[in-house]
Design a protein around this ligand. Structure first.
Ligand code: FAD
Length: 529
C-alpha cells in the first residue's frame, strides 16, 4: 500500500497539468496511466491524418508563459506526431514523469468513510491510499468497437483509429475497408486512399465537414500571436468555445439572401468550427440551420463529380453541428479518385463480417485490411470502466445507469474528494479542451487549497445542487438543435447507453463564470466538513 495526498488517473493533457499544479501546492501526487507515456488521446490516436481541429496556437497550454513562447508550432492545425512531441516536451520541461506510473490501469477506486481515504487499486493489484482522487481519464479514451456479427472471423488486420499501432501500418498494395465517417474517418480516408490499392468506405451517417485550409504557420504570424498571447488567451476565456478565433455573432435570419451567401462563403473560407459558432441562430433555429446546412451540401455537390456519390455524402438526417462538425483536408475530393468507393450502409444494412470482407443486405465486399473509425464510448466510458465506489459502497456506474449527473461536471454527490476533469455536465467536448482542462485543474486546485487551509477533510457535492445543475444542463440543451441527432453527445452510438445529453451547452465563459461564483460564495453547493 502506497500513500499519497492525491492520485490522478490518466496522463493526457489533463493529468499532466493536474500533477504539475498539485505539486505546486506541496502535495504528494502520483498519476497512473495505462499507456507507456504521456499524451493521452495523442498517444493512442496515431492513425494517418490525425490532427487537432482547434488551431494549435490556441490548442496548447497557457499556464506557463515561458512554455508558450518557447514552443514553435509548424502548422495552423498540428498533426498528431507534433502534438505528441509537445506533450513529451512539457513532460520533460516540468519533470512530470517522475510522478507518473505508466503501463498501469486503474481497476477500482473505493472510498473508506472511516479513514476518509480513497483506496485506488490497479489491475495488477497495487493499492494506493489517498485523500483525493482526480479522474483525468478523458472524454474520448474508450474506443467503441462496433458490434458486428462475425468480426472475429475476418482474417486480415483490424485497426481501430483510437488504438493505432505505434509503428504505423503500410496499406500500399492492400485493399482496405473502412467503417465510420466521423472525425477520425474523415481525417484518415484521404491519406489511406493515397496509399491503398482500393479503399471502400462504409458510411452509416453522412457528416458535415468544413475545410481546415491547413498549412504552415508563418514565422511572422506566429511571432505576432506570441506578442499578443496574454490578450488572446484572455479573449479565449471570454468566448463561447474557449478559442481566440474572432466571434462575429451574426444572425443568419437577419441577413438578406445575398448577404447570407457572402457570410457563409466567408466562414467557409476561414474554415474550421467558426462556420457553426459564428452565427447566433444556427444551433437554435431550424430554418437558420437548414440554410447553413444547404450551403455545405451544395459545396459537397460541387466537389464530388459523381452526383450519386455526392448525394450519399450529403448529410440530410441531422442539423449541421448537432453531431460534431468535422474539419477536413480534401475529404470530399477523395471520392473523385478511381480507387475509392463509398457504400451507404444506412441503419442496419450490414449483415456480417466474413473471413475476407463484409456482407451487407445489398452485396459482398472483399478487402485485405479493415479500419474501424467508429469513435468512442464518450464522456462516461472511461469513468464507468473503473469500479468507483463512494459512500456506502455505492457504485458510480450504477448511480449513472440512467445517465450521468454531476455538480458543475466536476463532482458527484456521494463521492467525497473525487473530482472529474471535463466531466459530463461541463463544456468539455464543446470547448477548446486544453483550456477547459486548465480551467478545471485550476478550479480543483483552488478548492483543495481552500480545504487544506480550512481543515476541511471532506468535500462533497450536495444532492440538491447536483439535481439543479443536471436539470439546468438538460434544459439548456433542450432549447438547442444539439439534441436533434443521434450523436455521441447523447450516448446514441453505444447500444444500451442512457440517452442523456452530456455536455454543457451554454459556452465556456458562462460556465467558467458559474464556477467562479461558486468559489467566491465559499463553495456553495458543496458540503465541506
Ligand atoms: P485523454 O487525452 O483521453 O487522456 C486520458 C488518459 O487516461 C489516457 O491516456 C488513458 O490511457 C488514461 N486512462 C483512462 N482510463 C484509465 C485507467 N482506468 N487507468 C489508467 N489510465 C487510464 N479537443 C479539442 O479541443 N480540439 C481538438 O482539435 C481535438 N481533437 C481531437 C482529435 C482526436 C482524434 C481525439 C480522439 C480527440 C480530440 N480532442 C480535441 C479531444 C481530446 O480528448 C482533448 O483535446 C484532450 O486531449 C483530452 O485530454 P485528457 O487528458 O482529458 O484525456
Amino acid at each position: 500500500m502506497q500513500d499519497r495526498d492525491v492520485i490522478v488517473i490518466g496522463a493526457g493533457f489533463a493529468g499532466m497539468y493536474m500533477v504539475h499544479s498539485l505539486r505546486q501546492l506541496g502535495l504528494s501526487v502520483s498519476a497512473i496511466e495505462r499507456g507507456s507515456d504521456v499524451g493521452g488521446v495523442w498517444y493512442w490516436n496515431r492513425y494517418p491524418g490525425a490532427r487537432c481541429d482547434i488551431e494549435s496556437m490556441s490548442y496548447s497550454y497557457s499556464f506557463s508563459e515561458e512554455l508558450e513562447q518557447e514552443w514553435v508550432w509548424s502548422h495552423r492545425y498540428a498533426m498528431q506526431p507534433e502534438i505528441l512531441r509537445y506533450a513529451d516536451y512539457v513532460a520533460d520541461r516540468f519533470e512530470l514523469r517522475r510522478d507518473i506510473v505508466f503501463n498501469t490501469t486503474v481497476a477500482k477506486a473505493e472510498y473508506c468513510e472511516v479513514e476518509r481515504r480513497w483506496l485506488v487499486s490497479t489491475e495488477t493489484g497495487e493499492i494506493f491510499r489517498c485523500r483525493y482522487v482526480v479522474m483525468a481519464t478523458g472524454c474520448l479514451s474508450v474506443p467503441k468497437v462496433p458490434d458486428l456479427p462475425g468480426l472475429g472471423h475476418f482474417e486480415g488486420p483490424v485497426l481501430h483509429t483510437a488504438d493505432w499501432p505505434a509503428e504505423g501500418h503500410d496499406f500500399s498494395d492492400q485493399t482496405v475497408g473502412l467503417i465510420g465517417t466521423g472525425s477520425s474517418g474523415i481525417q484518415s480516408i484521404p491519406i489511406i486512399a493515397h496509399q491503398a490499392r482500393h479503399l471502400t468506405v462504409f458510411q452509416r451517417t453522412a457528416n458535415f465537414s468544413i475545410p481546415a485550409w491547413n498549412g504552415p504557420l508563418s514565422i511572422d504570424h506566429e511571432a505576432d500571436l506570441k506578442r499578443n498571447y496574454r490578450a488572446l488567451r484572455q479573449k479565449a476565456r471570454q468566448s463561447y468555445v474557449g478559442d481566440f478565433a474572432d466571434e462575429y455573432y451574426v444572425s443568419i435570419l437577419d441577413l438578406s439572401p445575398e448577404d447570407r451567401e457572402v457570410q457563409f462563403e466567408r466562414r467557409w473560407r476561414e474554415g474550421g468550427f467558426n462556420y457553426q459558432y459564428a452565427f447566433t441562430d444556427v444551433m437554435v433555429d431550424e430554418t437558420a440551420n437548414d440554410l447553413a446546412a444547404e450551403y455545405v451540401r451544395n459545396k459537397i455537390r460541387a466537389k464530388v463529380k459523381d452526383p450519386r456519390m455526392a448525394e450519399i455524402l450529403c448529410p440530410k438526417d441531422h442539423p449541421l453541428g448537432s453531431k460534431r462538425l468535422c474539419v477536413d483536408t480534401d475529404y470530399f475530393e477523395t471520392y473523385n479518385r478511381d480507387n475509392v468507393t463509398i457504400v451507404d450502409v444506412g441503419a442496419d444494412r450490414v449483415v456480417e463480417m466474413t473471413e475476407t470482407g463484409l456482407r451487407t443486405l445489398d452485396g459482398e465486399y472483399q478487402f485485405d485490411a479493415l479500419v474501424l473509425a467508429t469513435g468512442f464510448d464518450a464522456m462516461t466510458g472511461a469513468l464507468n470502466a473503473i469500479d468507483i465506489r463512494g459512500r456506502g459502497g455505492v457504485s458510480l456506474k450504477e448511480q449513472w445507469r440512467d445517465g450521468p449527473r454531476s455538480y458543475l461536471g466536476v463532482a458527484v454527490a456521494g463521492f467525497p474528494n473525487l473530482f472529474i476533469i471535463t466531466g459530463p455536465g461541463s463544456p468539455s467536448v464543446f470547448a477548446n479542451m486544453i483550456l477547459a482542462i486548465e480551467q478545471h485543474v485550476e478550479w480543483i486546485s483552488a478548492l483543495i487549497t481552500y480545504a487544506e487551509a480550512n481543515e476541511v477533510r471532506e468535500i462533497e457535492a450536495e444532492s440538491e445542487a447536483q439535481e439543479d445543475w443536471a436539470r439546468m444542463v438538460s434544459e439548456s440543451a433542450d432549447k438547442t438543435l444539439f439534441v436533434k441527432a443521434n450523436s455521441w453527445y447523447l450516448g446514441a452510438n453505444v447500444p444500451g447507453k442512457a440517452r442523456v445529453f452530456m455536455p454543457y451547452v451554454d459556452g465556456f465563459k458562462v460556465y467558467a463564470d458559474a464556477c467562479e461564483e461558486v468559489a467566491k460564495s465559499g463553495y456553495r453547493g458543496f458540503r465541506l466538513s
